[in-house]
Ligand binder design. Structure first.
Ligand SMILES: *Cc1c(COP(=O)(O)O)cnc(C)c1O
Length: 391
């Protein structure tokens, strides 16, 4: 096993442990572990060296990879950061950008987290995987398990869009469709992990998906010439993207690769499943489970995220906020944005676009703010062939 020069820390109770082997959650309080890098790791690459590499692993000085290791990769990351002048003009925003994560190898930003998690799990000796998903994480787990030459069992809701289900099967997943939501799938996945010994890749139940998601923030800073935008809108389900980006900005500022302030972070959810929006409005430290969650933006259908505490902290520390939009507004925004700019918006990306309107109206976002909206996945994954054909 490779000697790791990082450790794991639970920032809820302060517990720490070494990073060797397959870590899950804090053994004292059950909250997620976060990776903390030592002084030996950080100077691995200089800022100029980032330019000589490509993909998300170009940022390896901030990632859990020892100097002599190679990652399990499909070329994830380096997704386009696009100016969107027509959407901006429609809304009255002069400096609006979209980060298009649909361009990743598996059609969503889930590629980033699973590349990191599968890399570490294989290094620690994993021989099979299991994962509960609302959709896109299942595609990524299937693809990266295949890349590692190992089997994966995926539990997904029966309501998962058919094209997403087809992609999981194409990559060879042992797929189980269940009645219920991702929480129900999570219980089945944990039971299977106990029974079979498969490594559980669930959101925040291992420490490395967050590290992969961190590259959303590292890449954004690089693409903006090592500066940070004023505000970020992020469609939020389990919260790894939000938590990961917030960790990335803190680490970049600490390393003096960028100067602050960090962007204001806005969580966007569907009004059919908005536990984080409700908890933020209540000033709560934890979110209560959302009853009977439903939204067409399947990636946002996460009624009880394990990362609730970390997300709420990021929203408050960043002076950001949380907004819910309804399914009709997010669907319309996705299709209009796709036609305005030629960017294939997923419903989740549509939610983030739709949230610009209330945030501008309330004054939370100013017309000349530099705003980045995340289109977290590709729209085609949510369409069946023929969906848009005339009847
Ligand atoms: C998973 C997913 C989300 C939610 O992401 P988190 O970072 O877990 O909150 C948003 N959009 C899409 C397309 C997803 O697949």
């Amino acid at each position: 096993m490779t000697d790791t020069d990082w450790t794991l820390e639970c920032d809820a109770c302060g517990n720490t442990r070494h990073a060797a082997g397959l870590a899950t959650v804090c053994d004292r309080c059950g909250q997620p572990w976060l990776v903390r890098y030592g002084d030996r790791h950080r100077p691995l690459t200089e800022r100029a060296d980032v330019r000589r590499r490509h993909g998300m692993w170009r940022h390896r000085s901030f990632l859990p990879l020892a100097a002599d290791e190679e990652p399990i990769t499909l070329g994830e990351g380096d997704t386009p950061l696009l100016r969107t002048p027509r959407i901006g003009a429609r809304l009255g925003l002069s400096d609006l950008w979209v980060k298009d994560e649909g361009a990743n190898p598996t059609g969503s930003f889930k590629s980033r987290g699973l590349s990191a998690a599968v890399t570490r799990a294989v290094a620690a000796g994993a021989t099979s995987f299991v994962l509960p998903t609302a959709g896109n994480a299942g595609i990524a787990a299937s693809a990266y398990a295949a890349r590692a030459g190992l089997p994966v069992r995926v539990y997904a809701p029966r309501t998962t869009p058919r094209t997403i289900v087809s992609q999981m099967l194409a990559f060879g997943a042992d797929l189980v469709l269940l009645d219920g939501h991702i929480g129900d799938c999570g219980r089945a996945a944990r039971a299977w992990a106990t029974e079979s010994g498969a490594t559980d890749l669930s959101t925040l139940r291992e420490p490395y998906r967050i590290e992969g998601k961190k590259t959303l923030g590292l890449e954004l800073a690089m693409q903006l010439g090592w500066t940070l935008p004023d505000a970020i809108l992020y469609p939020t389900g389990g919260g790894t993207g939000l938590i990961g980006m917030w960790k990335a900005f803190a680490e970049l500022i600490a390393a003096e690769w960028v100067s602050g302030p960090a962007p204001r972070m806005y969580t966007v959810q569907s009004s059919g499943c908005a536990p984080m929006v409700r908890a933020f409005a209540l000033g709560a430290e934890r979110a209560e489970a959302w009853p009977e969650p439903w939204t067409v933006a399947s990636g946002l259908r996460v009624p009880a995220p394990l990362g609730d505490r970390l997300m709420l902290r990021a929203l408050r520390e960043s002076d950001g906020g949380a907004v819910a939009v309804d399914d009709r507004a997010l669907t319309e925004a996705a299709l209009r944005g796709t036609r305005d700019e030629g960017i294939d918006f997923a419903p989740e990306g549509g939610a983030a676009l739709a949230a610009l309107t209330p945030l501008l109206a309330s004054g939370a976002i100013a017309p000349d703010d530099r705003v980045v909206v995340f289109n977290t996945g590709a729209g085609w994954l949510y369409r069946d062939p023929g969906d848009l054909l005339p009847a």
